[in-house]
Design a protein around this ligand. Structure first.
Ligand SMILES: [Zn+2]
Length: 458
């Protein structure tokens, strides 16, 4: 009899906890959708400040602005964490054309890849060879590549429903294309933009020369998908055409910058830290609204929503706006170094860096026990149409925090339109939907709330 009573009490407590969770999550969504602040913050970040390349004036303005907002939120502590960042500048707009016959040219939109060297002042004009990804270099061999511009034209695979899968399988030609092509004697590279649709926006992104000596580095640029189609079609008609491009980007000495951090101290376990974040830097062609202004304002909104709904966290909840995700990851690595130096115990980190679109779920990089706990929360998210709870993967800035005693997570928004914008002049505020942005913030706040309630499972 006594045993039955205990079981009954236990079940009753669990149901009550579940009801409390439902209520709190409902409050979070309601507050986000009726009184959200993230969209207005993003408007300022995008339209008053703009693209925030590491080391730029805009990046510094974004640090100042977001710190000011965090200061106004009544958090327990707000601070700037110094980070040395690489500083690459684009210079004047790039210029390129296809020369199908002497004097007969078609201009095409290109942009320098982040970290690329400039062309000689007068530009480069050379013959072109087309390859499908890095593997294509070997097929052609040195004889055919020597003295030419290599045109990497591997398109993103449209058959993957998760667009990030297609991105991952094509991004190596952008990141390592120049370092590989130079081994075959190429004088420059042009890479098809990582974009699933055909349009006129070139998409930049990080590239690396690997161990290529400074004097041998060749310029690298992205061409719009329409430009890539035209170049490929022209080459088929006449393999002897020339390509011209000019860019005057350069690398300057490292600059001083910051991660922007704010926290609410935990009432019961102040030494257990939960992080929510995005990256404050962006590329320079657009205003970085989706990548990753959205993730930054959503993360700030998480702390505001918890406060606005009257929730008092048991554990310490910290928002971190990481600097320099795009071309160095210095913010993420510095944050993890400092955390380990200060013996901080991080049990959960969540990042939003896949755009401000309708949230579909989360990915979790964690052990089986913790994934089981997370799966137990699925029904709490179903009313908000979040169905994807995926094991494996999170986001770049929180990656360096990885160890056996932390759960890393990433928000999964709908990915279909993300690469229409990503790293291009088309990543602007007008393409962020207020409601979708707010739903993402509420989803993140709800997950943070649950980890705060139930902690890391040993
Ligand atoms: Zn990003």
């Amino acid at each position: 009899m006594r045993y039955l009573l205990l079981v009954f009490l236990l079940i009753a407590t669990q149901i009550e906890a579940q009801n409390d969770d439902q209520k709190q999550i409902n409050e979070i969504y309601k507050t986000a959708l009726t009184n959200g602040k993230g969209y207005a913050w993003l408007n300022y970040l995008s339209n008053q400040i703009g693209g925030r390349l590491s080391g730029s004036l805009q990046a510094q303005k974004a640090v100042d602005y977001t710190k000011k907002i965090l200061d106004s939120m009544g958090l327990d502590r707000v601070w700037l964490q110094p980070v040395k960042v690489p500083k690459w500048v684009r210079g004047t707009p790039e210029f390129a054309y296809i020369e199908s016959d002497p004097g007969l040219t078609n201009n095409v939109p290109i942009c320098a890849l982040g970290g690329s060297v400039a062309t000689p002042l007068g530009g480069i004009k050379a013959g072109v060879v087309e390859v499908q990804g890095i593997e294509g270099l070997k097929v052609l061999g040195k004889e055919k590549i020597q003295g030419k511009i290599v045109f990497f034209n591997k398109a993103m695979d449209p058959t993957n429903i998760n667009a990030f899968v297609s991105y991952s399988s094509s991004v190596d030609q952008r990141y390592a294309g120049a370092a590989e092509a130079v081994k075959y004697g190429a004088v420059g590279i042009i890479v098809r933009s990582l974009n699933l649709r055909l349009d006129d926006f070139p998409h930049t992104g990080a590239m690396s020369y690997g161990d290529t000596p400074v004097e041998s580095r060749i310029p690298a640029a992205a061409i719009s998908t329409n430009g890539a189609e035209l170049l490929s079609a022209t080459l088929k008609l006449n393999p002897e055409i020339n390509f011209f491009f000019r860019q005057n980007c350069k690398i300057l000495p490292d600059a001083d910058s910051y991660n922007v951090i704010g926290e609410i101290k935990g009432s019961t376990y102040p030494n257990e830290i939960l992080v929510v974040g995005g990256h404050l830097d962006s590329w320079d062609l657009g205003d970085g609204s989706h990548d990753d202004g959205a993730g930054c304002v959503q993360s700030m909104e998480v702390l505001r929503l918890l406060k606005a709904t009257g929730y008092r966290p048991k554990r310490t909840i910290r928002v971190v706006l990481f600097m320099n995700e795009e071309n160095g990851l210095r913010g993420g690595t510095t944050y993890a170094e400092q955390a380990s130096k200060n013996n901080e115990k991080h049990i959960f980190a969540l990042e939003s860096d896949s755009g401000g679109f309708t949230p579909r779920g989360f990915s979790f990089d964690c052990n089986e026990t913790n994934f089981e706990q997370v799966e137990g929360w699925k029904s709490l998210f179903e009313p908000y149409l979040l169905h994807l709870f995926v094991k494996g993967g999170s986001e770049a800035d929180i990656g360096p925090l990885k160890n056996d005693n932390i759960v890393l997570a990433g928000l999964i928004p709908d990915s279909q339109r993300y690469f229409d914008h990503h790293h291009s002049a088309n990543d602007t505020f007008a393409h962020v939907n207020k409601r979708e942005l707010e739903l993402g913030a509420a989803s993140m706040a709800s997950l943070i709330y649950l980890f705060d309630q139930y902690g890391f499972k040993e």
